[in-house]
Design a protein around this ligand. Structure first.
Ligand SMILES: [Zn+2]
Length: 171
């Protein structure tokens, strides 16, 4: 929440802000993603018409499940924004930000920019191969059984065998 009563009395003057903003849990791709309170900071100012432009950054911890192994996992999301909150507008319109009275509610902005800056696939760690790893292993084991000569390690083994036999020839 930003109290904009002073800033709307002084159009053009920049004010600093730093607030914590709660974000409601969101349903994303069939799972419920939850958020710690977002840290929002930056500056805001009003124009002559009372519209308030908020310019700043967001930092928020997001709790979801790893896209590969499904383990519960958390990731920190950061982003920047510059949005103008109209003094008059339809609060139901998703395309715009509006405020009423002397208070700008930052939840919609925080939620929008948390989602916008979230990775498409949240992983428990960068190199998590999760269930995908098992599938690749199963696949390569099957191929090894069917076509032993085609397996990369079989080719390596052949090279090693050749080296061993040429060493043996020299001796
Ligand atoms: Zn994982």
């Amino acid at each position: 929440m930003l109290d904009v009563s002073e800033c709307t009395r002084n159009p053009g003057t920049q004010y600093l802000f730093h607030v914590e903003q709660a974000i409601a849990p969101q349903e994303i791709g069939g799972e419920t993603v939850t958020f710690d309170p977002a840290e929002l900071s930056g500056t805001f100012f009003a124009d002559e018409d009372g519209n308030v432009t908020v310019d700043g950054s967001i930092c928020v911890w997001v709790h979801a499940h790893c896209a590969n192994c499904l383990a519960p996992t958390s990731t920190q999301v950061e982003g920047e924004y510059r949005e103008t909150f109209l003094r008059e507008g339809d609060p139901e319109d998703d395309e715009i930000f509006v405020y009423s009275g002397h208070v700008v509610d930052l939840e919609k902005l925080a939620m929008s920019y948390a989602l916008l800056n979230m990775p498409m696939r949240i992983l428990c760690r960068a190199d998590c191969e999760g269930m995908k790893q098992y599938m690749v292993q199963d696949d390569s084991m099957d191929r090894q059984k069917e076509m032993p000569g085609q397996h990369p390690f079989a080719a390596l083994q052949q090279l090693l065998d050749q080296n061993l036999s040429s060493d043996a020839d020299q001796d």
